[in-house]
Design a protein around this ligand. Structure first.
Ligand code: HMG
Ligand code: MG
Length: 314
């Protein structure tokens, strides 16, 4: 995060393809192939990669092998072969302990803003989820692990409909008091529009510094990029995205892929921001990820970029 503090043109792109991108695919990618996917992303210059989730493999078989992935990457981190922030998702204390044993230095808890979404996603009530998330964040603090917190369905829940801004603010406050180092606002089913994004982030940045906040957009209704721009305008400089637009939560009906990393990066570079990412490498990774899941993937700008002879300022 240091570069965010010292370089006002830098935007931190956190790639969630190996986790969000793969967790809902019909094809189950082996841990070995997921490690190669992650290594390619690191080589392309991603500032952060969410590499796995420590969830029940019976619930999400696509994420089995998280400990193997984390321990393979631990060697890279220890040898200082990567400066990138390697994070993992944990839904409960069991997952936290497994992640910590596997050497995770950054974890994200995953509360949702509504009662039903928590029940469907992690089999806990909203109150149980918040208590559990807070206990994990407090434990992470003690263990020297950076604890981050998603707030999923922050705009709309597939079961309960629109989510009020005050609900998100109340949850953010509780997670912050428990020691969260970052709040990641998740538009899980890609239902938000840029005005809603502006409204929520304006309220959040009245309370928290923008550097404490991050945005995680799904692109179900093709508003991912517009929503990222709205957050950018509110001073947000950290975004989750997924190469090729992979993604979706298995427990949130209607959740399509995340905002494609290549589209986000192309927009940022054209606007004069820097990300440290090599867009050419990113596009070849989208092709590679497509071979892993046996289908063609790619963001909106992929075809243009492949054919363009000018490729300005990328
Ligand atoms: P549960 O059935 O209530 O758990 O599931 P339990 O505590 O009753 O235990 C049942 C069994 O699961 C036991 O094993 C436990 O040991 C085991 P058994 O005795 O039957 O052999 N268990 C675990 N195993 C591995 N890892 C664990 C774990 N915990 C218990 N962490 C649980 C609760 C949370 C485990 C389950 O519901 C689960 O794994 N859910 C997965 C949820 C998930 O991965 N959702 C997608 C990620 S969230 C998302 O995509 C949104 C996001 O992208 C943001 C956005 O888009 O907005 C982040
Ligand atoms: Mg997501």
């Amino acid at each position: 995060m240091n570069r965010l503090a010292t370089d006002e043109k830098f935007v931190f792109v956190n790639e969630v393809g190996p986790r969000d991108g793969l967790q809902n695919q019909a094809a189950h990618v082996t841990p070995q192939d997921r490690i190669e996917f992650i290594q390619r992303l690191l080589d392309a210059g991603l500032a952060g990669v969410e590499v796995a989730s420590f969830v029940n493999p019976k619930a999400v078989p696509q994420m089995a092998g998280a400990a193997d992935i984390m321990s393979a990457l631990r060697a890279l981190i220890d040898d200082k072969q990567t400066q990138a922030q390697i994070s993992v998702l944990v839904p409960n204390m069991y997952g936290y302990k497994a992640a910590q044993e596997a050497g995770a230095g950054i974890i994200s808890v995953v509360p949702s803003a509504t009662e039903t979404m928590n029940q469907k996603n992690i089999n806990m009530s909203l109150e149980e989820t918040l208590a559990t998330s807070c206990a994990i964040l407090a434990q992470a603090d003690k263990d020297g692990v950076r604890g981050q917190a998603y707030i999923s369905v922050a705009f709309e829940c597939p079961f309960e409909g629109p989510v009020g801004v005050q609900q998100v603010l109340t949850i953010a406050e509780r997670l912050t008091q428990a020691g969260a180092k970052e709040i990641i606002i998740g538009d899980t089913i890609g239902a938000a529009n840029p005005l809603q994004v502006k409204n929520l982030f304006a309220k959040l940045t009245d309370i928290y510094p923008p550097s404490f906040l991050s945005a995680h957009f799904h692109d179900t209704r093709a508003m991912g990029l517009a929503n990222a721009y709205a957050a950018l305008e509110c001073g947000i400089r950290k975004f989750d995205s997924s190469v090729g637009g992979l993604g979706g939560c298995p427990f949130a009906p209607g959740a399509a892929g995340n905002l494609a990393t290549e589209d986000l990066v192309a927009m940022l570079h054209q606007m004069g921001f820097t990300t440290g990412i090599d867009l050419n490498k990113l596009l070849s990774i989208a092709t590679f990820a497509g071979t892993l899941i046996d289908r063609k993937i790619g963001g909106r700008m992929t075809a243009w970029f492949a054919q363009s002879s000018c490729q300005p300022a990328m």
